[in-house]
Design a protein around this ligand. Structure first.
Ligand code: FRU
Length: 471
């Protein structure tokens, strides 16, 4: 096994195997006392080739046990060049995985299935494709998402349509074997035209809530440039009919894609995304999954994402707690933090809203991320985050309605070596990658840029690697 312990960018609490390529989380399902998480994986190297389904399971969402590869391409078979993304259900004492069968000589990826043994391992592929061909008028076709619906089953498949729009195609089945096509799921356009939704939707996901509301999530893909960003539509689910309003951006960062949902036994919707590398030539490994997030809808129908509550179990030692009452223009430096940290910030503004946090990753301050709050907006800038010329730069924003005169903005940052996930109290998220040269940990510097006082409450927890260490 390749050792990654010395690699300053290898994540500590974000899930991935010790080496090689990963992309989408797949087949998330609770089965026989375990959360099962599969993922797109090339076991032979750090590039997207010859994709298998890797496999982890966990009882508590903290300790993940690596299991043997669940699905591998069958030479000459329908999936000869890859077992692409899909989902899974727990039924009749086993896991049935639905996936996209990839062959280089076919433009679409038909739906294939495989059944596990009672433990949720030892998959046997079904001999026939489940949906061998896409319907007419489709230009891209892959990524089945299957769920229980009343006494039967339903499935979405991600698609691109001839008119250049993405779609989620709806199917139904009584027995998980024979599927009937019902048509594309109706979802509204953005009346302002600002929220782009891609030329195809990859990995469509659907969450329904007890109050009759529903959330559709899809990953926007373009023919020329490939994967782009994630969009969601809020709506309703009424006796099997779905209606969705206009699309909104689901994560505001540049490095978040193909999220997948899991219905936990307690009814929560959990979600993991794939965070790709934001640089070239990555050595022995590439890709990481985000932490699990709990997804709900706010009273006004926006998706709200927060880190799964189980993650509090990763905290170790005494937290750092401090309150900084900063005068106009005051700069304050905090203690050094570990490479993996859970940071909570409560920033209370006076009349003027202008505040900054610099996350330094080198002692000389040369490498840093800059986070700023201005009225209504959070901005993160990774232009100076890495001395590596191959690292991607850029500035990203997310709505922050609490950043307002006389109000308090609450933020949570999960920092883990080369990935940062930002959560606002209102449930917006921003995920991004950055590549510091050293593994010394972080030094935080707050900067009240306002002409009035700003109070910052900080609480920092060091995160430990769960026992049963993956490294
Ligand atoms: C999304 C995706 C899926 C596809 C898989 C292939 O990242 O492109 O549409 O099934 O990855 O690895």
């Amino acid at each position: 096994m390749v050792t990654t312990v010395q690699d300053p960018h290898f994540p500590q609490v974000h899930l991935r195997p010790p080496a090689n390529w990963i992309n989408d989380p797949n087949g998330l399902v609770f089965h026989d006392g375990y959360y099962h998480l599969f993922y797109q994986h090339n076991p032979a190297g750090p590039l997207h080739r010859h994709i298998h389904w890797g496999h982890f399971r966990s009882r508590d969402l903290l300790h993940w046990e690596p299991l043997p590869i669940a699905l591998a391409p069958t030479p000459e078979g329908e999936d000869a060049h890859g077992c692409f993304s899909g989902s899974a259900v727990s039924h009749d004492g086993r896991i049935t995985a639905f996936y996209s069968a990839y062959r280089e000589d076919r433009w679409y990826q038909p739906v294939a299935a495989a059944d596990s043994g009672p433990e949720g391992t030892d998959f046997t592929k079904r001999p026939d494709l489940v949906v061998p061909r896409p319907p007419h008028g489709v230009t891209t076709y892959r990524d089945p998402y299957v769920w229980r619906h009343t006494h039967g089953w339903r499935m979405l498949v991600g698609a691109g349509l001839r008119d250049g729009q993405g779609a989620a195609l709806l199917y139904e089945s009584d027995d998980l074997t024979t599927w009937r096509y019902l048509g594309p799921l109706p979802a509204a356009d953005d009346p302002s035209g600002r929220q782009h939704t891609g030329e195809a939707w990859e990995c469509p996901q659907l969450a329904t809530f007890d109050d009759g509301r529903a959330l559709l999530i899809a990953s926007a893909w373009y023919q020329r440039t490939g994967p782009s960003h994630v969009v969601s539509w809020s709506g309703t689910s009424d006796q099997g009919q779905y209606h969705f309003g206009p699309p909104t951006r689901f994560d505001h960062g540049p490095d978040f894609y193909a999220p997948a949902l899991l219905r936990a036994p307690d009814g929560r919707w959990l979600l993991w995304g794939w965070s790709w590398e934001a640089r070239g030539g990555t050595g022995t490994w590439a890709g990481v999954l985000t932490v699990p997030r709990e997804v709900t809808l706010t009273p006004d129908g926006r998706p709200r994402q927060v880190p799964a509550r189980e993650l509090e179990g990763l905290r170790t030692g005494q937290p750092l707690r401090t309150e900084i009452r900063a005068l106009p223009r005051e700069v304050n430096e905090l203690d050094r933090l570990a490479g993996a940290a859970d940071i909570r910030l409560r920033v209370s503004f006076g009349e003027d809203v202008a505040w900054g946090l610099r996350i330094n990753s080198s002692d000389d301050g040369e490498e840093h991320l800059d986070l700023r709050l201005s009225e209504g907006t959070l901005t993160i800038d990774r232009g100076r985050a890495s001395a590596d010329p191959q690292a991607h730069v850029g500035r990203y924003t997310m709505p922050m309605p609490q950043a307002a005169p006389g109000r308090t903005a609450e933020l949570r940052l999960l920092l883990d070596h080369s990935i940062l996930e930002i959560f606002s109290h209102s449930g917006e998220t921003l995920t991004l990658r950055y590549y510091p040269s050293s593994a010394q940990g972080w030094r935080l510097v707050t900067h009240n840029r306002a002409t009035t006082r700003t109070t910052t409450e900080v609480e920092v927890h060091t995160l430990r690697t769960p026992d049963g260490d993956r490294k």
